[in-house]
Design a protein around this ligand. Structure first.
Ligand code: C2E
Ligand code: CA
Ligand code: CA
Ligand code: CA
Length: 276
């Protein structure tokens, strides 16, 4: 018993302490991060399958803290949500992304689209349509070039009010994409009720597609379903020629992934666009 007690102490308590400490350190740095200008956006090219040209980009958030270094959005976005910081960060992000996309207008003849991720809390607690409207006005970006990416979890947990907010985004002229499609529940029945323009096939399905099993069938079903509802389909996480060809043969409309480009800083994205 004594031994077990000691093991428990050694194994459990110190690591819990360390975790809690790391978390509170992260939280305290996060609360000053906007003020210190520590956020940036990177842009992952989205490729039009039939023409193989760049159709636009997805904006992805990066946090580089002066003490802790680069921290993954998978770590800090959930924390920012819990802390209520996702609203000011989200407002900053909408304007920064729209400003960047407006600066692309002179680069190419077919205007490039920008896709912006919003987290569930940003929609539930904030005025997302109002914030987007402000960002569009401030930057002069035409609304039809904007796609707002939401996740299934938002739709599952929410009622009429969220639905109204999503409709308002669309009324502005922007499009709605369902991110990570297929990873949540009840996807199919929810699609009927929600105003969605684009389905993004989660990269876990793309990764498994060539093994010849369920993932391939799932992708085919998602594409058929989306097209029958008048939606565009984006394949994510495309890393190889085989994955690209698989999706192209099945009439996936757009693709993104390391096969074409990782997310790029602003200048590199411009290079990518003007060279391709
Ligand atoms: P997501 O929206 O599904 O974003 C796609 C993630 O896949 C990005 O990771 C991207 O860098 C990565 N990726 C792109 N191509 C490939 C590929 O070929 N292979 C692999 N393995 N990965 C690829 P990232 O930037 O680390 O973002 C992770 C998640 O963090 C995002 O998933 C999104 O849920 C969240 N996130 C990122 N930026 C924002 C933001 O601005 N706002 C909000 N609310 N969430 C964000
Ligand atoms: Ca996304
Ligand atoms: Ca995704
Ligand atoms: Ca994701």
């Amino acid at each position: 018993a004594k031994e077990a007690g000691r093991n428990t102490f050694r194994f459990f308590t110190p690591s819990m302490d360390a975790r809690a400490q790391a978390r509170s350190r992260l939280a305290s740095e996060l609360s000053d991060s906007l003020e210190h200008d520590e956020f940036t956006l990177v842009y992952q090219p989205v490729i039009d399958v039939p023409t193989r040209r760049t159709a636009g980009a997805e904006a992805l958030l990066r946090w580089n803290n002066r003490y802790l270094g680069a921290i993954s959005p998978e770590q800090f976005v959930p924390l920012a949500e819990e802390m209520g910081l996702i609203l000011p960060i989200g407002d900053w992000l909408l304007t920064a992304a729209c400003r960047e996309a407006a600066s692309w207008l002179p680069l190419v003849s077919d205007p490039l689209r920008i896709a912006i991720n919003v987290s569930p809390r940003q929609v539930q607690q904030g005025d997302i349509a109002g914030a987007l409207e402000c960002a569009l006005q401030a930057t002069g970006l035409p609304p039809e070039l904007v796609t707002i990416e939401i996740t299934e979890s938002l739709l599952l947990a929410s009622g009429e009010e969220v639905l109204r907010k999503i409709r308002r985004i669309r009324d502005l002229g922007a499009k709605i994409a369902m991110d990570d499609f297929g990873t949540g529940y009840a996807s199919l029945s929810y699609l009927k009720h929600f105003p969605v323009d684009i389905l993004k096939i989660d990269r876990s399905f793309v990764a498994g597609a060539l093994a010849g099993g369920e993932d391939a069938r799932l992708i085919e079903a998602i594409i058929a379903l989306g097209h029958s509802l008048g939606m565009k389909i984006v394949g994510e996480g495309v890393e190889t020629d085989e994955q690209m060809n698989f999706l192209a043969e099945r009439k996936c409309d757009l693709i993104q992934g390391y096969r074409f480009s990782p997310p790029l800083v602003s200048e590199r994205f411009r290079d990518f666009v003007t060279r391709s």
